[in-house]
Design a protein around this ligand. Sequence first.
Ligand SMILES: Nc1ncnc2c1ncn2[C@@H]1O[C@H](COP(=O)(O)OP(=O)(O)OP(=O)(O)O)[C@@H](O)[C@H]1O
Ligand SMILES: [Mg+2]
Length: 441
Amino acid sequence: MRTKELRVYLEGKPIGTLREDKNGKHSFLYDQGTKGQLSLSMPRQLEPWTGKPVEAYIDGVLPDDRTMRQRIGRLYDVSTNNPFALLASIGLDCAGGVQFVSSENLNLLEKAEMLQPISEKEIGIRLTDLAKDAPTTWQGPNEHWSLNGAQGKIALRQKNNQWFEALGAAVTTHILKPGVSQLHEQAFDEYICMKTLEKLDVSVSESTFQSFSGTPAIISTRWDRRQRVDADGQTHITRIHQEDLCQAMSYMTRQKYQSDGGPSANSIIDFLHANAFAETDILQFAIGLMLNFLIGGTDAHAKNYAILEPVGEAPRFAPFYDIASIFAYDARGDRKGERKMAMSIGGEYHYERIGLRHWLRLCQDTKLDAELVAALLKHYAEILPDAFADAAKAALADAAGLDIAPESRTTPNGSSAGERQELVNRIGAGIKRQCDAVLGW
Ligand SMILES: Nc1ncnc2c1ncn2[C@@H]1O[C@H](COP(=O)(O)OP(=O)(O)OP(=O)(O)O)[C@@H](O)[C@H]1O
Ligand SMILES: [Mg+2]
């Protein structure tokens, strides 16, 4: 019989039950006497939550791509179109502190963590398959983790400098992405952007760039995990709850872009105000908008911003993640008119056309402090080109030392040091152009 109920755990403790009725509709009911909430869209209440908040939340836990969902469905012999069935299969380690546990899997929570060592060579094989869009799933047969997003990725555990597959309900600590296969050196682009942001004194996820037996990948340390050392000296990794802005605001993944009916910058800021976020959190989101604008981060949709919601603590804006520059592929602006930001600023989507008046309109509409926003834009426009130059220099040195196999390169010519330098030059030129424009306002 198909599972109709999943127990839901938050940060390791039961919090409620997710149910599916005979029409395929889902509901979520909090257990009384428990702590924490699944989503800002589902505050604690005695009645079950149904409809949009539940559907958007569970949809948002799974990979975006239909094909990927189909492959996972085939692997576990469950219906692809049913997020509930997919979560029953891969919902044991998700973004944030949530776990979806079927009655058959309840025993996995009691067991000691099952960690299976995986060699760099084996990781390389998995990453190469993802980079080449081979018909594979992101998860191996006994891994039950789930992450959203369009790009191929693997979540692994790192312990004492050794990589492990997290089997059963084990916790993953890192996310590895080989980059978008159609965009040359996209993982390297993301890596330089993340390292640039690290230099700006903003909260951003930590990343490294590594080659796994010839296949390069960006490795992101999960900020929704923390380490706890017990009195007996044993180290444990625990989960911290998070959700992305589509989940928090009840938008399905297919609506992650504003132009597809998803959240806009204005509606996000209104949402943060309505949920009593601190001004510093709202400013952090605004800084995210500014940095994405200056760095050419055109893919900064509502699933690329998140909220950390540790049980027992006030929610706060999560570190920035998944930022890459379109300037790597379009530095000369020769596709003007086609390149849009994922969210419009003051009603304008095109990064070349966004001017001070658009930022001021955003401030006017959202009660952001216009003087502060104008000053911050100038401040970041002043420091970003140098931060990028420093980050790029270090990143090029990192990449130069890596063994990158010709067959894992994503264009016929491969990626020589010279080509990587050209990519850096293109991004640098795009950032300089954006920053100079802002300094001229
Ligand atoms: N460092 C991190 N710590 C915790 N969670 C993370 C981290 N990086 C990514 N995530 C989570 O994993 C999800 C997928 O990661 P990411 O956005 O990098 O994937 P993607 O496939 O590149 O996304 P997109 O579809 O936007 O291209 C994020 O939406 C977020 O929920
Ligand atoms: Mg993303």
